[in-house]
Design a protein around this ligand. Sequence first.
Ligand SMILES: [Zn+2]
Length: 281
Amino acid sequence: MQKGRRTKSRHGKKGRFHWPLLLVGAVVLISIPKAWQMGSEWIAVQNAIREASAVEEPAEDFRPDVGEPPYTIAVDAGHGGDDPGATGIVVEKDMTAQTAEDLMEWLRADPNYIPVTTRESYDTTATPMERAEASNHQHPDLLLSIHGNSAAAEASGFECYPITPGRVWHRESVYFARLLASGMEAAGSTLRGQNGIRYIYYENGEKVLAEANDLRVREEETFTLLEESNCPAVLAEQCFVTSAADVDRFGDQDGCALTAQVYYQAICSYFGTQPVEAPAA
Ligand SMILES: [Zn+2]
């Protein structure tokens, strides 16, 4: 822009001195280095802002703006129908359905919450996109997707995936993820990664894992359900279905009930409500 303007003022009428034009030209010439410097400073400032936003971690005193109850909670039981998920000591779809139903009972007992699901029934087969659309259609305030982990080698513990850095609901999702992880730790689970929170990205069809402190804003998408969700959302891997010790504590019938209670209390902490004493009968 500056260069264009200078060229124009220099090429006025030829052959005659125009003192006012000459004066303007001189002023413009003098100001070019200054403008150039300001331009590069501006670029530096913009870069600094971009870098700062890429590493901005939710402050410890951050609290989501939750508004007034009742709050609609989308409970997504992972897999189901024709999709069993991982198979180990238990089948993932059975564990997620059991945990989701137990969580629904807690939420049904609490007038602060309206629980909704992402499928017609636990036997319905649905893609992540269909689940996201079903959830968004019901305008939830929070979404929890329940899954189980699996590994060929010995592995155990809890981890969960919030909406990724740079996305609209990132901070709220991390806030919820922290409550879930600390609740599971208090219940006796070990936390994987950095305090049980990780990010997943799909790079050329491959799942790439990033730890919680890797807050770079990436173009790669995370789980479709999280990517498409119109509210804060977390996908939780409550335990390894391939670990006998994990299933015993968090994956069998009692384990699902315990995990559902942890999830319910994390939801209450997120919205700042007093938990009820017992789930609906
Ligand atoms: Zn799963």
